[in-house]
Design a protein around this ligand. Structure first.
Ligand code: CO
Length: 214
């Protein structure tokens, strides 16, 4: 027997128990779930194991369509993300798009401090650009952890701006007055979600958001 067998088996035991609980509360629960999805939210977050967003928000299966990668990056040539985005916007017609970063993010730390993982370094190169762009503001924050946490916030706003550049979003905004955009950071040490203010007026000025965006 492998030394990690128990923690692995526990997952499947938990699943069996959870199914039983759900069925005893509602015998049709999975029958209804299997009929299809109509989630109002698209969530783009970090891969970090500490932040399953449905647990933190009390959301149920079927409510949140999810894409995750290291440090919640939006690259305009990332077929994985673009495919998720297109499906969420065009087919599921989600009403909200949330990009969520978090404090104590390893990806953001790697971008700021450097790392010996080459691919992480490549992947987070845009975060380093943000750090260079906001050097003055960041340098004024004495505590290094606070500084990196601020970089997490700036990163969320930057990735939302990236999202606004996609043709998928442009088309959606032309046709509807949704989706609404939201920037979150999860403060892991307190479990709290912090809503970030977005520079909506500035994005409108540059044509990233339509004039009638609320
Ligand atoms: Co992270």
């Amino acid at each position: 027997m492998h030394e990690h067998d128990n923690e692995y088996k526990q997952l499947l035991l938990n699943n069996t128990k959870w199914v039983e609980e759900k069925l005893s509360a509602d015998p049709d629960y999975f029958k209804l779930l299997s009929k299809g999805q109509n989630p109002p939210f698209l969530y783009i977050g970090c891969s970090d194991s500490r932040l399953p967003i449905d647990v933190f928000t009390g959301a149920n299966p079927g409510q949140i369509f999810i894409h995750r990668n290291v440090a919640n990056q939006v690259f305009l040539n990332d077929m994985n993300l673009l495919t998720v985005l297109e499906f969420a916007i065009k087919t599921l017609k989600v009403k909200h798009v949330i990009i969520c970063g978090h404090y104590d993010c390893g990806g953001i730390q790697a971008a700021y401090n450097g790392t010996d993982l080459n691919l992480v370094e490549n992947w987070t190169m845009n975060v380093r650009d943000i750090a260079m762009e906001y050097k003055k503001e960041l340098d004024a924050i004495e505590n290094i952890n606070d500084r990196i946490n601020r970089l997490s916030e700036l990163n969320v706003i930057r990735q939302l701006r990236q999202l606004c550049k996609t043709s998928i979003m442009h088309e959606a905004f032309k046709q509807n007055n949704y989706p609404q955009l939201h920037g979150w950071v999860l403060d892991i040490a307190h479990g709290k979600i912090i809503e970030l203010e977005l520079p909506v007026a500035e994005w409108k000025d540059y044509g990233l958001l339509p004039e009638n965006y609320l």
